[in-house]
Design a protein around this ligand. Structure first.
Ligand code: ARG
Length: 460
């Protein structure tokens, strides 16, 4: 069995179950390259301040680079007996380069080491997620521009409310994602600080240069307090909160895609490559991708609660509890990235069925508000106009027809201010074009909003 790096004060071997129970190497080996990156910066700094000689640093750096290759090619002999990624790599270094390897851990602890590794790993993931978010948003804005004139029903309570354009609806999704992007960038600022040098909890007695390791690792600055640096995982919680909101937004969009691809709505076609079939019902084409994104929201919400709960009662400074931070964080990041990728691939491929959308927009008296606004322009108070239109709608329901199908004489029974110009406001095109202000659904407003959205994306 591999000798424990901390074995000096122990007089019996670790219980075999305890060894497995306390190990994290099965999951924290995902941070192996970040661990090496951190060690390289630490060793370089130690040589610059004279704690290691230049030759020792060269040996350590050479050994770590060979180990990185070993890991990438899958040849690294991971050992549960060595507990975690940090001790596996450190022990391997000494195996490969001899006694100099034992100097790497000078002025450092696994506590600041692991905090550094997680931040490096997460920063990487954040940048990948940001790129996928941008790809998705670019696809949505392009499609929105194409569909700026495509009329569809707008809903409240999932009941027909007022006509909108498909472009406008897509831009609503885009707005949610813009805020998600801002949240992600804000989180990144707090992720991107270097805890290296906090050592176990109190700092170290060596003449270390924390600004230098921060700089070498691309962090904005060292963290401020050593106790806080090794203990808090609020940056990971923040990332999970970002992920939970992102998935909430993707889940809402997914739910709409599921509804719209049903034969009852039949608003869009989702290409076959994003769907799967049924093993029994030959006719089926199921929107699995959006359904699965909707479902994965649950696990990400769970990870957020897991990390909040993990942190809530921990006294300063590091506690082993924090080893439990990795699996939820990794899975939240993987899930966010996968779901974004699925959506970014899918969005430009959505094919609206314009005739169905238009026909649906005409149902449910969706221009009733326009009729009320028309009466207001003729001098009727809005509340009275509401009542008049309500009676007209009830009359049309009885006749089983739409408002626009009523004759002028029938409409005039409810208000004598109605003239034959009323039929212009009862059209769907007239209704959407009338909502002509910032944030409104008028096609020219949708096109202008696409321009602004594109300009904002270009600043990233
Ligand atoms: N595997 C540990 C973790 O994930 C690394 C830090 C261990 N530190 C310690 N003092 N046991 O948190």
């Amino acid at each position: 069995p591999a000798a424990k790096l901390w074995g000096g004060r122990f007089s019996e071997a670790t219980d075999a179950f305890v060894e497995r129970f306390t190990a994290s190497v099965m999951f924290d080996q995902r941070m192996a390259l970040e661990d090496i990156q951190g060690s390289l910066a630490h060793a370089q700094m130690l040589s610059e301040v004279g704690v290691l000689t230049a030759d020792e640093f060269q040996q350590i750096a050479g050994g770590l680079k060979d180990i990185a290759e070993e890991i990438e090619s899958g040849d690294f002999p991971w050992s549960v007996e060595l507990e975690d990624v940090h001790m596996n790599i450190e022990a391997r270094l000494t195996d490969r380069i001899g006694a100099t390897g034992k100097k790497l851990h000078t002025g450092r602890s696994r506590n600041d080491q692991v905090a550094t590794d997680i931040r490096l790993w997460l920063r990487n993931r954040i940048d990948q997620i940001a790129a996928e978010l941008t790809r998705l948003q670019t696809g949505l804005v392009n499609l929105a521009e194409q569909e700026a004139d495509t009329i569809m029903p707008g809903f409240t309570h999932l009941q027909s409310a007022q006509p909108v354009t498909f472009g406008h609806h897509l831009l609503a999704w885009n707005e949610m994602l813009t805020r998600d992007f801002e949240r992600l960038m804000d989180c990144r600022k707090r992720v991107n600080r270097s805890p290296l040098g906090a050592a176990a909890l109190a700092g170290t007695s060596y003449p270390i240069n924390r600004a230098r390791t921060a700089e070498l690792l691309g962090f904005d600055a060292p963290t401020e307090n050593s106790l806080d640096s090794v203990s808090d995982r609020d940056f990971a919680i923040e990332f999970c909160a970002f992920s939970a909101l992102l998935l909430t937004h993707l889940s809402r969009a997914s739910e709409e895609l599921v509804l719209w691809t049903s034969s009852q709505f039949d608003f869009i076609d989702l290409p076959d490559r994003f769907c799967t079939g049924s093993s029994i019902m030959p006719q089926k084409k199921n929107p699995d991708v959006p359904e699965l994104v909707r479902g994965k929201t649950g696990r990400v919400n769970g990870h957020l609660i897991a990390l909040l709960t993990l942190m809530k009662s921990q006294p300063l400074a590091y506690n082993k509890d924090n080893q439990e931070d990795k699996e939820p964080l990794f899975d939240a990041a993987d899930t966010a990235l996968d779901c974004l990728r699925a959506f970014a691939d899918m969005a430009p491929a959505l094919k609206p069925k314009k005739q169905n959308m238009l026909a649906a927009a005409g149902k449910g008296f969706s221009t009733a508000t326009d009729l009320a606004d028309y009466l207001v322009r003729k001098g009727v108070a809005f509340r009275d106009a509401h009542e008049i239109v309500g009676q007209s709608v009830a009359f049309a329901i009885d006749k089983d027809c739409d408002l626009a199908d009523l004759s002028l004489a029938e409409l005039q029974k409810f208000s004598d201010v109605i003239g034959d110009d009323v039929f212009d406001v009862l059209t769907l095109e007239g209704s959407v074009a009338a909502r002509d202000h910032i944030g409104g659904t008028a096609p020219n407003q949708v096109r202008a909003a696409c321009e602004r959205a594109r300009a904002l994306i270009a600043t990233r």
